[in-house]
Design a protein around this ligand. Structure first.
Ligand code: HEM
Length: 334
């Protein structure tokens, strides 16, 4: 009896001993958590040098096994420092310039004073397209700017919790509002491209400084002057670039590799910063900077004296069309 018990105990011991011997060999064949791909020390060393940290992946895209590659580090510096500084300089620089302009030139008034007569400048469809484009662009610009400078500028002010909520909602807004932005961009292009073809008058307008530098100077212009054509084409070309790079960033796996995303991200951020600065100038001149300008996009109707001073040839075109229409109505059909 005792002998049987002893021999069973010996057999059990042998099994345990064998398992203890084989276990490390078996474990080696499985995932090794201390391999270089997850070795923090190796990663930190690679961060400070031009080294690469890569692991093994079983999916076809082998590049997805790279944790740290020198090109990515260059991009991280570009994104974290250069684009960060450029965005702040573009936006704050434009605000400072406009504040100086306002202090020197003041509000651009209607020289002849308001006439009290109104003239239709933009119909409901044009205003709807403009305000859809404007409101979506402003939210996209703010939520995009948050991705670049939020961590260093907004986080210290509002704290981690509020910044987290703000950024999470901001990202959702950014991804979804891109679509109405693109739709209104196409609509704006179709509605106004005919009025934005450059011509000889534009050069005259530019030589006269657009009439905004000196009082009493009013270079002739049709529906849009050279300054507005600049805004129009910047918005169309900049908006198209933002849309193209944005779609690439929105569907990363489908269309682009990691190196491509970095390219698209840099173009996206640079165009956004430049266009935002230009749009700030546009908002200034369309609101506080010029008496009577906002009405064009508010009610759609502007004062006749404002129109004569800033778009004299357009007023003549509108008046002659009205006169023709009235004449047709008054001539009885035979
Ligand atoms: C609160 C913000 C804005 C205000 C107050 C504003 C105001 C105006 C006004 C009054 C006009 C008509 C000017 C005229 O009678 O000739 C206009 C035109 C236009 N707006 Fe805006 N706008 C704003 C935002 C934006 C934004 C964000 C964009 C584009 C991203 C934009 C794009 C345009 C374009 C392309 C035109 C036609 C060209 C021009 O007049 O410069 N606007 N805007």
């Amino acid at each position: 009896m005792t002998r049987t018990l002893l021999s069973r105990l010996a057999a059990a011991f042998a099994v345990v001993a064998l398992a203890a011997l084989l276990a490390p060999m078996y474990a080696e064949a499985q995932v090794n958590p201390t391999q270089s791909s997850v070795n923090e020390d190796a990663m930190f060393q690679a961060l400070g040098t031009s080294g690469t940290v890569s692991g093994r992946v079983t999916i076809p895209d082998q590049a997805s096994g790279n944790l740290i590659v020198p090109d990515n580090k260059a991009w991280a510096v570009l994104q974290g420092q250069t684009l960060h500084t450029l965005s702040i300089v573009a936006v704050v620089g434009m605000v400072v310039l406009l504040a100086l302009f306002y202090m020197i030139r003041g509000k651009i008034r209607i020289d002849g004073g308001p006439s009290g007569r109104r003239i239709l400048r933009f119909n409901a469809v044009e205003r709807f397209a403009h305000w859809t484009l404007a409101s979506t662009f402003i939210i996209l610009a703010l939520t995009g700017l948050n991705l670049i400078i939020g961590k260093s500028v907004i986080l210290p002010i509002v704290g981690e919790s509020a910044f987290g909520t703000l950024s999470a909602w901001g990202k959702v807004a950014h991804n979804f509002l891109a679509w109405p932005f693109m739709a209104s961009l196409v609509l704006i292009f179709l509605l106004w491209v005919i009025h934005n073809v450059p011509n000889r008058l534009d050069w005259q307008w530019i030589k006269a400084g657009g009439g905004i530098l000196k009082k009493g100077v009013h270079p002739p212009a049709r529906k849009f002057n050279a300054g507005q054509k600049l805004i129009f084409w910047s918005v169309i070309i900049g908006g198209a670039l933002l849309s193209w790079t944005g779609i690439m960033l929105l569907f990363p796996g489908e269309v682009a590799t990691a190196a491509d995303w970095q390219f698209y991200q840099v173009i996206h951020a640079l165009v956004a910063a430049a266009l935002s600065a230009l749009v700030i100038a546009h908002i200034y001149i369309g609101s506080v900077g010029m008496e009577g300008a906002f009405d064009a996009m508010g009610s759609g109707e502007v004062d006749e004296n404002w129109a004569k001073e800033h778009h004299s040839l357009w007023v003549e075109e509108v008046k002659s069309t009205q006169a023709r229409n009235t004449a047709q109505v008054q001539t009885p059909a035979e």
